[in-house]
Design a protein around this ligand. Structure first.
Ligand code: 1CP
Length: 347
């Protein structure tokens, strides 16, 4: 009889196993801190052309795996491709981040496409997943992803990234029906999009709710928790056994109970969370991911080694996937990433 347990380290941690050395990957591991990424992006022309070019998107996904041997690869794409597939205009102004056409009324919402119309635009992404499922080393887990509905909605409503998600909170207060309908549309599209990623070969799904921290009380229940629960239930119904990582960034005390309330197999922690607290209150329910401060990838040195060991130590008693608390920044030194991995693996 073959052993039914998953063999890849990430899948073992997600199944609840405490491993002697935690598996490791890094948010934004394919990104501007790597010279080989910058070269491939230049070859593609611009960021969106890179996302929609399956060969080049697969290439940048593989670059950090070749360089560092991370335990997981994350599909190279962006959470804002879903709004674009729903009919929003999307462009990246150089040095200024993303820009989108805005959704601020029922009339704007009515102009968007239905959820099941996203696949023409997103077909190249499924192709990237297929290439990766074929070309990744056998020990590397392939993670697919999408933005959570609230976070995606904040960009669709404001037309850009915002420090306090003000425009989204304003629409929620002024016209809750339109706001909720937008959340529902994104939720439906996200289920279809992620399901297609899994069918193409993604082994794990991660849901990024980068702005969950600005939802309070009932709003957190309605717009962070409930959509995540719906997406996870639908995915697991279509793909039994699929592991899901949820990242309700800056959820603070609401990290506690998030896995149970949503059905997520793992909760990713940002670096504002005390690791000792999270071991007692979040890891109790299952796997956690995180949560080294990304600034260490810029500053390095003995402080990086010490902080890396502290994270490993705090989560040693249960299932843990080592990661940063947020994405690595473009000014990071690739040598510091190597030092972090060496510290995790050699102790
Ligand atoms: O110039 C460039 O090369 C673009 C920089 C960049 C990159 C490398 C953007 C623009 N997106 C990405 C890739 C990306 N984005 C990935 C690929 C996989 C990996 O991690 O290596 C993923 C998972 C994302 C997810 C994403 N995009 C999130 C959620 C995670 C997070 O960082 O909180 C968000 C909020 C976005 C929107 C976005 N896309 C890009 C930028 C600069 C932003 C943030 C905009 C803002 O709010 O200011």
């Amino acid at each position: 009889m073959t052993d039914p347990r998953p063999q890849k380290t990430i899948l073992r941690a997600l199944a609840g196993e405490a491993l002697p050395v935690p598996p490791v990957w890094m948010m934004r591991q394919a990104g501007r801190y790597l010279p080989e990424y910058r070269a491939t992006r230049a070859q593609a022309g611009d960021f969106l052309s890179l996302c929609y070019n399956p060969d080049l998107a697969a290439e940048v996904t593989l670059q950090p795996i070749r360089r560092y041997g991370f335990d997981a690869a994350i599909l190279f794409a962006d959470i804002l491709l879903v709004p674009q597939a729903l009919g929003a205009d999307l462009w990246f102004a150089t040095g200024e981040g993303p820009r989108l056409s805005t959704v601020t009324s029922a009339a704007d919402l009515a102009r968007l496409k239905p959820a099941d119309a996203i696949h023409d635009t997103l077909a190249p992404i499924y192709e990237t997943v297929k290439i990766l499922a074929r070309d990744l080393p056998p020990e590397t887990t392939l993670i697919g992803f999408a933005g959570a509905p609230w976070t995606v909605a904040t960009y669709m409503i404001a037309g850009r990234g915002t420090p306090d998600q003000g425009p989204a909170h304003a629409l929620k207060a002024a016209d809750r029906a339109t706001f909720s309908a937008l959340i529902d549309l994104i939720t439906e599209a996200t289920i279809d999009y992620l399901s297609m990623q899994v069918s193409a070969g993604a082994e794990v799904i991660k849901l990024f709710d980068s702005w969950a921290g600005s939802l309070e009380g009932q709003d957190f229940d309605d717009f962070a928790l409930a959509p995540a629960k719906r997406i996870i239930a639908a995915l697991k119904a279509r793909h039994p056994g699929l592991p899901v990582i949820a990242f309700p960034r800056e959820a603070k005390h609401r990290y506690e109970g998030f896995a149970q309330a949503t059905g997520a197999d793992c909760v990713a922690l940002d670096n504002s969370v005390d690791a000792g607290w999270a071991a007692a209150h979040v890891q109790r329910d299952g796997c956690v991911q995180g949560n080294l401060a990304p600034g260490h990838m810029v500053t390095g040195g003995p402080a990086l080694v010490e902080a890396t060991r502290a994270v490993v130590e705090a989560f040693r008693g249960g299932p843990h996937i080592f990661n940063l608390g947020h994405g690595i920044t473009p000014d990071a030194d690739p040598e510091n990433v190597a030092l972090m991995i060496e510290t995790i693996r050699r102790g």
